[in-house]
Ligand binder design. Structure first.
Ligand code: GN1
Ligand code: MG
Length: 366
């Protein structure tokens, strides 16, 4: 749901256009004008559409990835309602507004079975896949820190686990091992070995640092710059988006993803991987921004483990991209052959850089 239109490949399981009556289902006077495919996401299909009464974002959920879209939408309703009711109007965590269908539902299932939801478009904002400055990195991190802070007292039962074992490093490494065994002779052998060896070592260090005992919290689970809409005038964070993976987990995932995605200016699929370099000012801004947003939330136990978070979450994503490469690019949308392998190489390199910056992160957290 990023705001800048970007071209994307259009695999057969993702629609090239909207169902004809979609707007009407959400009570919007038809027809839509200026329907544009938007967003830099790898999973769902996202469109901006103008109606007479509103400018909205329609999104079709990828059900190959999200197997329980009803559970996912229940989470989304609970989280957005809670945030809109409970927190200050200025907070970037209350900006996302889910529209209801004429029947009061949060989603519409189209004739072809497509599972659609609709948000109000957040005007005068932008989002980019890379951070543009330390100030931008600070705002992105602050928004996600606040997000964790405001969701601490979400009432009711545990949220539905929209993707089981989503940030379970051991599980991701095992999946890579199996994918590699099932694809003997694939030229990505060196990358597989690199990810498995580093992953194993990180897993042991995580355990030694006490990761198992970290508090379970409601976390975002996809904390990257493209998921925070920035106000075009003030340059402040206006809206946290992409709540599909919000569920119980550890702050390690959110903080780690921020370090992964907002501490450098390079692309997630940078070629060559070695061209990626951390930007010290952005790294400092991420830690300070997250602390500013999370407030008193961070416990001592979390502070002890968070210096490992960047390397762990980045290495985990390297394993996921590599697994998808070995399995024939069935999960992440790709723009070219070998795209997931390029992504995996970039993330492996970045994981090593982030590991080397662990002490700097520890110092900034102290
Ligand atoms: C995917 O689809 P998107 O871009 O919001 C992925 C995240 C990864 C991210 C890497 C459900 O998110 O876990 O960190 O790509 N989402 C899912 O850019 O797997
Ligand atoms: Mg996402």
């Amino acid at each position: 749901m990023t705001q800048d239109p970007s071209p994307s490949a259009d695999p057969p399981d993702r629609p090239a256009e909207l169902p004809r009556d979609l707007g009407a289902q959400f009570g919007l006077a038809a027809p839509a004008s200026r329907v544009v495919r938007i967003g830099a996401g790898h999973i769902n299909a996202t469109f901006s559409a103008h109606y007479v009464s509103a400018h909205v974002v329609h999104q079709r959920i990828n059900e190959t990835v999200f197997r329980d879209p009803v559970g996912l939408m229940d989470n989304l309703v609970r989280v957005t309602d809670h945030l809109r009711e409970r927190i200050p109007e200025t907070s970037p965590c209350r900006g996302l507004e889910l529209l209801r269908t004429r029947d009061g539902a949060a989603y519409h299932i189209a004739e072809d079975g497509g599972f659609w939801r609709t948000f109000r478009f957040v005007e005068a904002t932008r989002a980019t896949t890379q951070v543009e400055s330390p100030e931008h990195a600070f705002e992105v991190a602050r928004a996600f820190g606040e997000f964790a802070h405001w969701l601490q007292d979400l009432p009711g039962p545990a949220l539905c686990e929209t993707i089981p074992r989503f940030h379970d490093l051991g599980h991701r490494l095992e999946a890579l091992r199996q994918a590699s065994d099932a694809a003997p002779g694939d030229p990505a052998g060196a990358e597989v070995e690199g990810v498995l060896v580093f992953g194993q070592a990180l897993g042991e260090r995580l355990a030694a640092a006490g990761a198992v005992a970290l508090p379970r919290r409601v976390v975002h689970n996809d904390c990257k710059p493209s998921n925070v809409l920035i106000d075009r005038d003030s340059a402040r964070a206006r809206c946290v988006i992409d709540l599909d993976t919000v569920m119980e987990g550890s702050l390690l995932a959110d903080f780690g993803d921020l370090l992964r995605s907002a501490t450098h200016r390079g692309a997630e699929d940078a070629r060559p991987a070695a061209s990626l370099r951390l930007d010290d000012a952005c790294l400092e801004a991420v830690v300070r921004g997250y602390r500013a947003g999370a407030g008193s939330l961070l416990s001592d136990a979390e502070r002890a483990v968070l210096p490992l978070a960047g390397a762990v979450i980045t290495l985990e994503l390297a394993a996921r991209f590599l697994t998808d490469h070995l399995q024939g690019d069935v999960y992440f949308r790709v723009a070219r052959p070998g795209h997931n392998l390029d992504r995996a190489r970039a993330q492996l390199h970045l994981a090593r850089l982030l590991d080397a910056s662990g002490d700097a992160v520890r110092g900034l957290l102290a």
